[in-house]
Write a protein that binds this ligand. Sequence first.
Ligand code: SF4
Length: 408
Amino acid sequence: MGKVTGFLEIEREEPRYEPASDRIRHFGEFTVPMSEGRVVDQAARCMDCGIPFCHGDTGCPVNNQIPDWNDLVYNGDWEEAARNLHSTNNFPEFTGRICPAPCEEACTLNLEDTPVAIKTVEQAIADKAIRSGWIKPLLPKAKTGKSVAIVGSGPAGMAAAQQLARAGHDVHVYEREPKAGGLMRYGIPDFKMEKDHIDFRVSQMEAEGVTFHYGVNVGVNSPLTDLQQRHDAVLLAGGSEKPRDVDAEGTHFNGVHFAMPFLVQQNRRLGGEDVSEEIQLTAAGKHVVVVGGGDTASDCVGTSFRQGAIAVTQLDVRAQPPELENKLTNWPNWAVKMRTSSSRAEGAIREFAAGTMKIIGNAKGQSRALNAPASIASANPLPGLSLLSRRTRSCWPSASPIRSTMAC
Ligand code: SF4
């Protein structure tokens, strides 16, 4: 285990962020990495539990061997920690940045509200391994002579491609977009994960024998039967992009957009792709209302601030959760409690129990206001942008009285 008395002596610590006033001026990552010594201190807090809940069913979805690499980091063997981490996780630098870390919720120390900073240690191991040149292409000992087509190069497609290539298969990834990564590249904002991390892994995979075919939209400009004829197996690893509309009047007005086109266009811009022919979706100079309370909504909030929104209001249909969960009834499961993402902390106004009932437009077809059953003080007549990022219809309230109207 880490230090036997580590959890008694060392406080939990997480990396700092650049101040909000600085970080909203750019789209890059804004976490200030912790020194190696401080990461070692965090790993030292791990108690190497007899039953490591961090690693079990309620914890890490990819079964990272968390107590093992905490111990290796504490003892200074970062290279072996990286090997161990990669034995369960193809891309720990991705998960170290964007995973919500159910492992920390499940950590035994979370019973005292101070879980081991598992995600911080994971990212530190992955970043050090890449910086140190320890991540090399892993070539199979023998080829199987079998060929596999993978449709989609999101995280699932990439991980499957890497594993199948290492098993000796001839792997071809078919991707509709001009670059690999799927939602990781086109949906996740750069301020959460810069895309050179994906480029690095694509290079590694190409060196391992994976062939990427870009601009191939299987089922649209390339029949699935072609792939079936050319390959021994076809793996469908595409994501779901179909948005779910808000069940409210007025979503047809100009200025109302779904979250994904908004996020994707900004990522294309930053990635140097030509978006000049598209309708420009930008929050610059606008009052923005984000409908939705999850991670996608949070990404829209952060992107809006960076584009230069005047103000951002986020409507969450759920009631405001408690600051803290009841550990004795909830642990080690994911807790419903007040969580404030870095994007929301950049100055978003949050409203809870706010179901969008109606979007109101003017004679020119421009959205002007939004009716929601929560008490919202803001009302500004400037034209704006509404971003719909709702994901679960089940949490939508039954018809609630409209108590206020806000400009959007
Ligand atoms: S549950 Fe927490 S303290 Fe226990 S092994 Fe996992 S990380 Fe370490």
